[in-house]
Design a protein around this ligand. Structure first.
Ligand SMILES: Nc1ncnc2c1ncn2[C@@H]1O[C@H](COP(=O)(O)OP(=O)(O)OP(=O)(O)O)[C@@H](O)[C@H]1O
Ligand SMILES: [Mg+2]
Length: 325
């Protein structure tokens, strides 16, 4: 597949005028398309940038660090598409050292319609079709574990959350999903895969955007968990269903637990996944919510310390308040 090409000069210009605190007020304005737990995706409002979505990663110490990341990013995309059989939006990348000396990496993707993205689609789909949606996403995810089972040395991870999938040709006027619905997987910026059991992504990169006063704590208590949970189908499915709390659709969870268990015991019985309970979802969500809310609050504290006390530039674009139940 041809990679998307964007005007790097324009991106450098964007970076020069970027206001990470208020991206919409940047010299070349950006409009936020979505916040994840770690990063922010936006469009750049300039000629020639229409129709693209950008994810900016200012996490690299020097240019040399970008190279292995880029190699993993490309390999991850390739394996998902060509070997696992998961469809991705058209993508590309750009990287450069900014005028202030900061290496930045931009992931570029074809911009997908907002209402086609899982966390928005679940608010307009008929309730009785949501278990079909979840079953279809589990079917996409099962491809990863089917691949892993049949693979000698390569093992791939994936983050299955509802906000990482776009429904192809979604019609917001008469929203509908069925067994023929296809999906695009968007969240490829964390290219986790192992070769001969060895993780290929440098875990230190994960820590870069964390407040410096927290790094030791995360390394000690959380890193191992984050680096391994996406290799575990059961945990990825729990995470997917727990998203319905965050998206204020908790009333659907009992049915979705049934859907997942039905899927695991029938279609995916060869993968030998233990059933999930509603309690698993609730306790997972409780913990997850506390961790991410705390993490975001501490990143804001870190931003404050940078800006007010150290008078240093804080490079990350942080979300405002995330609405959670
Ligand atoms: N190609 C795209 N077109 C339109 N919107 C997008 C696109 N890619 C991402 N988004 C929006 O941005 C949100 C966050 O993107 P994504 O899932 O890739 O990042 P993330 O969850 O922040 O990743 P991480 O937590 O790994 O940093 C998506 O849920 C979606 O709403
Ligand atoms: Mg995401």
């Amino acid at each position: 597949m041809e990679e998307l090409q964007v005007d790097v000069y324009m991106l450098e210009e964007f970076e020069r005028g970027l206001d990470p605190r208020y991206p919409e007020r940047s010299r070349i304005p950006a409009r936020v398309l979505g916040y994840g737990e770690i990063s922010t995706v936006f469009e750049i409002q300039a000629e020639g940038m229409e129709g693209y979505a950008f994810k900016r990663l200012p996490i690299f110490k020097d240019r040399e660090e970008i190279e292995p990341y880029l190699a993993s990013y490309e390999e991850y995309n390739r394996v998902l598409r060509e070997e696992v059989g998961i469809s991705l939006p058209a993508y590309g990348h750009a990287d450069f050292v900014s005028s202030s000396g900061r290496p930045v990496f931009f992931i570029v993707q074809e911009q997908l319609p907002a209402n086609s993205i899982g966390n928005q689609a679940i608010h307009i789909l008929p309730d009785e079709e949501i278990p079909i949606l979840v079953r279809m996403i589990l079917r996409e995810l099962a491809k990863v574990w089917d691949f892993n089972h049949g693979s000698e040395s390569l093992e791939v991870a994936i983050d299955g959350q509802i906000s990482n999938w776009s429904i192809v040709s979604f019609d917001a006027v008469s929203p509908h999903v069925d067994e023929a619905t296809r999906f695009l997987y968007m969240d490829t910026s964390t290219p986790l895969f192992r070769i001969e059991g060895e993780e290929q992504l440098d875990p230190e990169l994960f820590l870069r955007s964390a407040p410096s006063f927290l790094v030791w704590l995360i390394r000690l208590f959380f890193l191992e968990d984050v680096m391994t949970r996406y290799y575990d189908f059961r945990l990825v499915a729990i995470d997917l269903i727990a998203n319905f709390y965050k998206e204020q659709r908790a009333e659907l969870i009992p049915r979705l637990v049934e859907t997942a268990n039905d899927f695991f015991s029938q279609e995916a019985s060869h993968l030998d996944i233990e059933p999930i309970s509603e309690k698993d979802i609730a306790s997972y969500y409780r913990e997850d919510r506390i961790i991410w809310a705390l993490y975001l609050a501490l990143r804001k504290l870190d931003r404050f310390l940078h800006a007010r006390l150290m008078r240093r530039e804080y490079p990350y674009i942080l979300p405002g308040k995330i609405k959670r139940k």
